[in-house]
Design a protein around this ligand. Structure first.
Ligand code: NAD
Ligand code: TYD
Length: 329
């Protein structure tokens, strides 16, 4: 099989390319990535001489390049996006261009060539859940995005569904919860916290720190995409989540501090994010029932493995650190 992966130089995309080529070494992957601030070719340097992997620098909003690449593949796995909520508060327009317009341009090329399309969505499109409740998002939860990021991702999901219903394009969608693991840009909560502590800066906890995310180890996410791409029902959406039962940001910070032998004096409470979603929780019964997927990894072990990865890959994250902190100045 020949795949076009968009955004493969980003966090999840680069993990996905590694996962896929290790499991399906006879497949070939073309990685279309604009190399924005979030794209890092160093994450894929081990594949430089792999004849099954090609990198193309380009914008998913460019119809010519997209059409040319889509014409030669069997499957598109679409990760490329502006992905950071804090940046979407500072500059929403680029989120609409990349996430909405870019997805439409890819869909149009897929329609022209009849190409199978898998879209990477987020659980943030469903809005926020209250703390201390058993409520979870599922495939029937109404969309209620709260940030420019989640609104733009909701727009892209709706377009993918519309291309299925209107044009019969063979699509699937996964909406997953917050990922963590190796190669995550140091701008996101867990990667920022670890790299702050490794550069003698404090952990920045927004507001009261009692915000809950449904943490998913990135490898488990890659396996879920694999399952849906191979065995998912065309036209269907699958939610993908982790194993943690309502662990809040402060509790995660405490775990990371412990792994690094530091104490809570390293926590600094900072001004809250405007419109901050209180809690996300994902019910992944459907993908489990239909495809047998479940998150296999133990959260604490994965968090430790992630801390260890940052400890041993300073050459990867150190050059990115000042630029990712600059948006908060
Ligand atoms: P990321 O920000 O780390 O990577 C995004 C990649 O897309 C980068 O390599 C960037 O250069 C590329 N890109 C951006 N604009 C582009 C454009 N116009 N044309 C081509 N390439 C472009 O993002 P991520 O965390 O790896 O997320 C990947 C996907 O997963 C996104 O669609 C995101 O919405 C979704 N998602 C992420 C999470 C998470 O926790 N990280 C959770 C749920 C869903
Ligand atoms: P983030 O990693 O930005 O993901 P998202 O906003 O898409 O869920 O943030 C995860 C949680 O951590 C969220 O509640 C915001 C919070 N947060 C902090 O407390 N401090 C930080 O430095 C960052 C980046 C996030």
């Amino acid at each position: 099989m020949k795949l076009l992966v968009t955004g493969g130089a980003g966090f999840i995309g680069s993990n996905f390319i590694h996962y896929w080529l290790a499991k399906y070494p006879d497949d070939t992957i073309v990685n279309l990535d604009l190399l924005t601030y979030a794209g890092h070719l160093e994450s894929l340097s081990d594949l430089k001489n792999n004849p099954h992997y090609t990198f193309v620098k380009g914008n998913i909003t460019d119809p010519q390049i997209v059409d040319r690449l889509v014409s030669s593949v069997d499957l598109i796995v679409h990760f490329a996006a502006e992905s950071h909520v804090d940046r979407s508060i500072l500059d929403p327009l680029i989120f609409i261009k990349t996430n909405v317009l870019g997805t439409q341009i890819l869909l149009e090329a897929a329609r022209k060539h009849g190409t199978r399309f898998h879209h990477i969505g987020t659980d943030e499109v469903f809005g926020a859940l209250p703390l201390n409740s058993d409520l979870k998002f599922n495939e029937n939860t109404p969309y209620d995005p709260q940030s420019p990021y989640s609104a733009s991702k909701a727009g892209s999901d709706h377009l993918v569904r519309a291309y299925f219903h209107t044009f019969g394009l063979p699509v699937t969608i996964t909406n997953c919860s917050n990922n963590f693991g190796p190669f995550q840009d140091p701008e996101k909560f867990i990667s920022r916290m670890i790299t702050n502590l490794l550069t003698n800066q404090k952990v920045k906890v927004y507001g009261d720190g009692l915000y809950v995310r449904d943490w998913l180890f990135v490898e488990d996410h890659c396996r879920a995409i694999d399952d849906v791409v191979h065995r998912g029902q065309i036209g269907e959406t699958y939610l993908v989540g982790g194993l943690t039962e309502d662990i809040n940001n402060l509790q995660i910070a405490q775990k990371v501090l412990k792994h690094l032998g530091k104490d809570e004096s390293e926590i600094e409470y900072v001004t809250d994010r405007p419109g901050h979603d209180r809690r996300y929780a994902v019910d992944w019964t459907k993908i489990n029932r239909e495809l047998g997927w479940e998150p296999t990894k133990d959260f604490d072990a994965c968090l430790k493995a992630t801390v260890d990865w940052y400890l041993s890959h300073e050459d990867w994250w150190k050059p990115l650190k000042s630029q990712s902190e600059a948006i908060y100045k």
